[in-house]
Structure formats: C-alpha cells, structure tokens
Ligand binder design. Structure first.
Ligand SMILES: Nc1cc(-c2ccc3ccn(Cc4ccc(CN5CCCCC5)cc4)c3c2)n[nH]1
Length: 229
C-alpha cells in the first residue's frame, strides 16, 4: 500500500525540492505519492484571502478556518492523519518519523502568518488522527519548511525507498546518543590522517572505537541524550 501525502500550502513552490533526488525517486517507484495543493484554490472571495485579524488582539494575522476546511475536506478519508506543524506542537522525532512512514495517508496543513484558527484542529480531531508537531524550539515563518523536514525524515523510512536498507538497520541500532564520526579516502588529507583503527580491519576494535566516539560526542554535544539523563 503506497503512502499518500497531500500538502496544503499558500506556497506550493516551496515543495519543488520533493521532485528531486531521493524524494523524486520514491515517487517514481510508486512507494509514495505526494500532491501539493494551493490553499487559495479553496477560497471563495475575489481577493482569495486566507487570513484576518486575531480575536483578543495581538500582533499579526491568523489564517481563517473556512479555506482550510474546504481544502482538507477535498482530500480527507477516514484513513487520514492530519499533521499541523506549529511551534506549540509535540516534538517531531525519529520514532514519530517511523510512525508516519507506516501511515496510509498524511495531510500536512502548512500554516503561515501567526498560525491557523484552532477550530480547524478542533473540527477534525474527533474525526481523524490529528497531530500538532514542532520540529524544534525555534520559530519559523510558516509550516512549509517543517513539513519538508518531516516528509524527508519519514519517507526515507518507507520500506524500499532507501537503496541501502542496512544503513537504516545501523541507524535503528544506534546507541543512545549521537553517531560516531565518519571518514573515507584519501587516508591523509591536508596532513590529517584517518584514525588508525579504522584502517586496521579489526572489526571488534572498530566497533569499540565507534562506541567511544559516540559517547564522547554525545557528552560534548548532546548530554541530554546520555542514558540516565
Ligand atoms: N518547529 C516550528 C514550527 C514552526 C511553525 C509552524 C507553522 C507556522 C505557521 C505560522 N508560523 C509562524 C509563527 C508561528 C507562531 C508565532 C508566535 N505565536 C503566534 C500566535 C500568538 C502567540 C505567538 C509566530 C510566527 C509557523 C511556525 N516554527 N517552528
């Protein structure tokens, strides 16, 4: 069953990169189909407006619910998962990407301005799986880049999309923490040598060295990922 993805956005051109490289091949392989929809196609006024002033005051504009209702209704089925990127969402992560990779149908609602009227989430929540997701603790100008990141992270986990599945096996068995450093030819570059152990062919020593390097890097860069933290 291929994964179907519908993206609703006011900037369809943001999603041109999905036709390239791995994402492009995934679509050609028939494992994934991705359709991009312009939210303004679902407006009914002459100005094709999608935003208005926020109730309760506050800076900026909020996206009105009706165009979203029309656009989502045009693609939704009872198998759909609606994903709404937002700084206020649960944190997207590799386990979430793995869940999404095994879905049947994903609808991404890419907001702009200061966000989407919350009643869109409230309306669909009793009907389908709705997930408000953040990709990190920083504020983007809209949900489009967050959607690109989540699609890329999820689609690469769809069985058959990645050429070399063993890299996923290694990724999934990764120790808690960050990955070890990687090296390739030449053995010396600008006076810098590849760590000797990696040229030794002693696979158990290499595995030990890589585990040590992962721990050193995790301690330095991501102590929050250390076991027991
Ligand atoms: N991980 C992550 C996802 C996003 C994301 C996703 C989707 C949208 C849609 C719009 N924006 C821009 C935006 C959102 C929020 C604010 C602040 N907020 C506004 C309402 C009142 C309180 C304060 C400002 C601008 C988005 C940003 N950023 N980072």
């Amino acid at each position: 069953m291929p994964l179907r993805i519908d993206v609703i956005t006011i900037f369809p051109d943001y999603f041109a990169p999905l036709q390239l490289s791995l994402m492009g091949k995934a679509q050609q392989s028939g494992l994934v189909t991705i359709a991009i929809h312009d939210l303004r196609e679902f407006t009914s006024d002459r100005h094709r407006s999608v935003d208005d002033t926020p109730y309760g005051g506050g800076a900026g504009m909020v996206m009105t619910p009706e165009p979203w209702g029309q656009a989502i209704d045009a693609v939704v089925t009872d198998q759909s998962t609606l994903i709404v990127p937002t700084p206020a969402g649960k944190l997207f992560s590799q386990p979430v990407a793995a869940e999404l990779a095994h879905s049947t149908h994903l609808i991404f609602a890419c907001g702009r301005y200061e966000g989407i009227d919350q009643r869109v989430v409230e309306y669909y929540r009793p009907r389908i799986d709705v997930r408000e997701l953040s990709i990190g603790d920083y504020v983007l100008a809209g949900g489009d880049v967050a959607t690109l990141a989540m699609i890329e992270a999820s689609v690469r986990l769809v069985p058959g999309v990645l050429g070399n599945p063993e890299s996923l096996v290694e990724e999934s068995h990764q120790l808690p923490g960050v990955e070890y450093p990687s090296y390739t030819k030449p053995p010396t570059w600008r006076g810098l040598d590849v760590p000797e152990v990696l040229l030794s062919g002693h696979h158990d020593q290499i595995a030990r060295w890589r585990a040590e390097q992962s721990t050193i890097r995790t301690t330095h860069n991501r102590p929050d990922l250390l076991p027991g933290s």
